[in-house]
Structures are given as C-alpha cells and as structure tokens.
Ligand binder design. Structure first.
Ligand code: AHR
Length: 321
C-alpha cells in the first residue's frame, strides 16, 4: 500500500474511532435553563465538549430561567427539524403541549438533570438525571450522624419553586430527618439556586433566629446558595462550618474551597456530565434503533471535610464551573 493511501486509511480509521458514523451528521438542539449556578455553567461547558467529542452539532438556547423561552426554543428546534432535542426543564409542569409537537414531528426529546410531571412520561425518550430524592436523603442522613442526639434547628434554602429537583431534595431531606425527632426544619424558603438569593434569604433567617444563635445547621438545595449563606453567616459574625453546620448539593469547586477553610461541612455531588450519556443513548437509538432505559441515573456521592477538599477543588476548578 502506498504510504499516502496508508496514511489516509489511518486518518479515516482514527476519525471513525472517535466519531461514530451517523453521529457526525446529528444536530441536537439543547434548551438550557440559564446560568443560575456554577453547576449549570459547568453543565453547559461539558455538554459542548461531549458533543464535540462525538462530532455532534449542538445548538444551545439559553432560556434565562424562563419556561416560556424554553418553549419558544423547542418550537424553533422543531421548525429547524433537528435530529433530537435535549431539555433541562426549569419547572416540572407545563410541557405536554410542546412535547406533543416534538413527538408529532418525530423528534426525540431527552431530559437532562431535571424531570417533568408524570403526564409527560410518554413524550420523551429518556431522562438523564440523578435520584434527587436520594440526594436529599444523603444530606439528611449526614446531618443526623453529625449532630447525634443533640437538638438541631435547621434552616433550608430551597431551589427554584416548581423544579423537580427542589421538590425532591426537600422530600428526601424531610424523610431522612423525620427519623430523628431532635432535628427540625424551622425555616424554609426559596433562594432560586442563586448565590445572591441564598445570601439574602440567609440574612433574613439569621435575623429571625436570634442572630443565628438558634440555628444549628443550614441545608441548601445547591452549593451556590450555600456559598451565599456562608457569606451571610460570616458578615453576621458567625463561624459557618463550626457554629452552624452546612450541607448542600452539587460539589462545585467553591464549596471545596469553603470546606478547605473549614467553613462548609458536606456536599452531595451532582455530575455536570448529563450530555455524554444522553448523546450515547441518542446515537445508539439512531444507529441501532436501541431504545434506552426510561431513566439513566447518575451517581450521588457525599463529600465531607475528610475527603481532601483541596484535592477535589484542584481537580474540578478547570472544568467550566
Ligand atoms: O437541576 C440541577 C440543579 O440546577 C443544580 O443542583 C443547581 O445548581 C442548578 O441550578
């Protein structure tokens, strides 16, 4: 074989190894929620790189936290006749009509990181999400172990009202602490998954609870709200991580920074790589007609101050958070 032909064959073989045959032609529209948190920013970054790895053309529409913008984006993806639609649904209800339109256009929809109401079950191909009830349980179990039999008043920073993950993370935590009558959630309010609102709501909790004296722990549905709450505690002269325990969800680099400083206690990891498994499922579906399971579950791992937070921070800081 002439060297040139051999080199071309190698290049083709190499390309075929990295990019599956039909994936190279796929265009996927992704209706992303926005950029409310560090986790969300990382999910967007990772989605782009996972698509590039597979030779998929990923078009991302940022909905700026608004369901109406997500619905518009989905309709625009349908009009463009994309090969599939990825949807991170800001809230769980109100999707049936637009997903029926996608289904009529024979465009498969894959949910990323949040769920929709059961009425929409037949309207998407698969959902790549964590078990968000379990995340809340892991957080509650950690707290129960940390406080033992000591009375503990908890304040809770909830995620976006109506988001599946907010409902489920509350449910899981409530179930876990219900087994421990010494632990009570005394205040619970949404901080909309943002750092600024987390701080604002925590300031009001501190004022309402004797300057923080009556608070034993903060449970936040994400790390960004906890980072805001940590700031509020410090400004009020409290020592987060010591005077008041913290447990939250996501495992973003900034929470590991706070853990390294002794200002945060625990986090439950949520992988930002939802798109990778979703793209693999889509490619298998398109290439081999293999139907994925209805739920592709991602892992939920607990990290505490004993898990070398500095190392976790170093490992995550360049990943788009
Ligand atoms: O749906 C996942 C949640 O959305 C993340 O935990 C949170 O940080 C984000 O905004």
């Amino acid at each position: 074989m002439a060297l040139k032909t051999f080199m071309v064959s190698l290049a083709v073989a190499g390309a075929a190894f990295v990019v599956p045959a039909t994936a190279a032609q796929l265009t996927v529209g992704f209706s992303q929620i926005g950029s409310e948190s560090g986790w969300r920013a990382a999910e967007t970054t990772v989605s782009k790189s996972e698509a590039t790895k597979r030779g998929v053309n990923l078009k991302i529409a940022d909905a700026q936290q608004k369901q109406e913008n997500q619905i518009k984006a989905i309709r625009s993806f349908i009009a463009q006749n994309v090969d599939a639609i990825f949807l991170a649904p800001v809230v769980s209800s109100g999707w049936d009509a637009v997903l029926k339109e996608a289904s009529q256009a024979k465009i498969p929809v894959i949910l990323l990181d949040r769920d929709i109401d059961p009425s929409g079950k037949d309207l998407y191909l698969t959902a790549v999400t964590s078990d968000s009830v379990h995340e809340g349980e892991v957080a509650g179990d950690w707290l129960a172990k940390a406080v033992g039999s000591k009375p503990c008043n908890v304040v809770e920073l909830q995620g976006t009202v109506g988001a599946s993950v907010a409902t489920n993370r509350k449910k899981g935590f409530d179930t876990a602490i219900a087994k421990h009558p010494n632990i009570k959630t005394v205040r619970s309010q949404t901080g909309d998954f943002t750092r600024a609102k987390g701080k604002e709501v925590m300031e009001s909790f501190i004022k309402a609870e004797g300057g923080g004296k009556n608070i034993c722990a903060v449970y936040a549905h994400n790390d960004d709200m906890m980072v805001g709450a940590i700031q509020a505690m410090k400004e009020a002269g409290l020592k987060p991580g010591k005077d008041i325990l913290t447990v939250s969800i996501d495992a973003v680099p900034d929470i590991f920074k706070a853990m390294t400083a002794g200002e945060a206690n625990a986090t439950v990891e949520l992988t930002p790589n939802m798109a990778g498994p979703a793209l693999d499922a889509l490619i298998a579906y398109k290439d081999k007609k293999t139907a994925p399971p209805k739920w592709i579950q991602t892992e939920s791992k607990l990290y505490t101050q004993t898990d070398d937070p500095q190392k976790q921070y170093d490992g995550k800081k360049g990943l788009g958070y």
